[in-house]
Write a protein that binds this ligand. Structure first.
Ligand code: NAP
Ligand code: 12T
Length: 339
């Protein structure tokens, strides 16, 4: 019989943690013990896993005894503090926050793109899960980069509120209800009204005028592709959508790449589904991608304004492929090849 693992989910009560439990069950991850961890606010709460009720425990320094794999999605400061503690007690951490992504001793992995990098987990006992917007863009661009070498990426995102967590899902729901009933809205999670609006603001603003989310797309893309020469510029926008991020992606390649060839490459790429038949009004949308694990690509067309340019529309479920599914896929790589 193959080995079973003791798995901890840190942030089990959150939007990503919830998905994590669903995906571990769906994919039948080889679990011996599943330990659910969250803040003291959730201590004693019951969560279901494969028909069983499990008690949520308070995260603490001794939470990781006998744990083989710890899946973290409880915010960057918890990851900063507790990943080293979990690693010291022998667990391998798969971290969903931005805390460790750019650490040169921590691999940043999208299993369809750079699975071999997982082996670098031995340096710190941590593997980082990229940002949700980066993950889906990498899955779609990998086959095109391998074939035609991408020189530059210009991307604009249309990001769902679920990326911010359960409180933001509530904020969009409540604001929408208030507005449809002619009542004033309250802004608690986002600085401005999100219902019926678009905010060009995700995560914090940095000194260069970009947001941190935009710079994650720049720096994480280079690290995952292992190519510091690739130029990336991003505008990340929060839209009043509950689940799935959409992205308008423009690439400039070294070699010519026709739309026909791109469609062929994408059709054969792992984790991708081409949804592209404009004559029949077929293209992917957030609603179609929600609840799915694939990255959907449509509106594939040549950029007529430059020599070797291509435009794409890329959609994926941010809580699944953008977070929990990718993390569980990393855990599967660890379980199959490394632990
Ligand atoms: P969420 O719905 O707000 O959930 C937050 C989770 O963290 C809850 O389980 C919460 O527990 C737990 N938590 C908060 N403070 C804690 C503390 N002091 N000690 C222990 N647990 C604590 O947020 P989310 O959307 O699931 O996001 C969680 C994390 O995932 C964030 O780090 C975010 O950066 C990351 N994330 C990554 C991606 C990605 O791009 N790959 C996408 C989305 C989110 P309680 O229920 O007890 O408060
Ligand atoms: N602020 O994992 O608000 O770095 O949608 C992911 C999503 C940070 C991250 C968001 C964020 C991350 C969001």
């Amino acid at each position: 019989m193959s080995r079973l693992f003791n798995v901890a989910v840190v942030g089990a009560t959150g939007a990503v943690g919830n998905q994590m439990l669903e995906i571990l069950a769906e994919r039948n991850f080889p679990i011996k013990e599943l330990r659910l961890l969250a803040s003291e606010r959730s201590e004693g709460k019951l969560l279901e896993f494969k028909g069983e009720q499990l008690v949520v425990q308070k995260l603490g320094r001794d939470s990781f005894k006998n744990i083989d794999i710890a899946l973290f999605s409880a915010g960057g400061s918890r990851s900063e503090e507790f990943c080293p503690i979990a690693a010291a007690s022998g667990a391998v951490c798969v971290d969903n926050s931005s805390a460790w992504r750019m650490d040169p001793e921590v691999p940043l992995v999208v299993p369809e793109v750079n699975p071999a990098d997982v082996a670098q987990y031995t340096k710190k006992g941590i593997v980082a899960n990229p940002n949700c917007s980066t993950i889906q863009m990498m899955v779609a661009l990998k086959p095109l980069h391998d074939y035609a070498k991408i020189k530059r990426i210009v991307v604009s995102t249309y990001q769902a509120v679920s990326g911010t967590g359960l409180s933001a899902i509530d904020e969009l729901r409540i604001q929408s209800g208030e507005l449809l009933n002619g009542r004033p809205v309250e802004c608690k999670v986002y600085p401005r009204q999100i219902a019926f609006n678009c905010l060009p603001h995700i995560d914090v603003f940095l000194d260069n005028g970009y947001t941190k989310e935009e710079m994650k797309m720049v720096n994480e893309t280079r690290k995952i592709f292992g190519d510091d020469s690739i130029r990336v510029t991003a505008t990340t926008v929060r839209v009043p959508v509950f689940y799935s991020h959409s992205e308008a992606v423009n690439i400039e390649t070294e070699k010519p790449l026709s739309a026909v060839k791109a469609r062929e490459l994408l059709a054969a790429a792992p984790g991708v589904q081409v949804v592209d038949d404009v004559a029949k009004q077929v293209y992917p949308t957030a609603i179609d991608a929600a609840g799915q694990d694939l990255t959907y690509v449509g509106r594939i067309r040549e950029d007529e304004s430059i020599e070797n340019g291509l435009n794409l529309w890329v959609v994926a479920d941010n809580l699944r492929k953008g977070a929990a599914t990718n993390a569980v896929q990393i855990a599967e790589l660890l379980a199959a090849k490394h632990l």
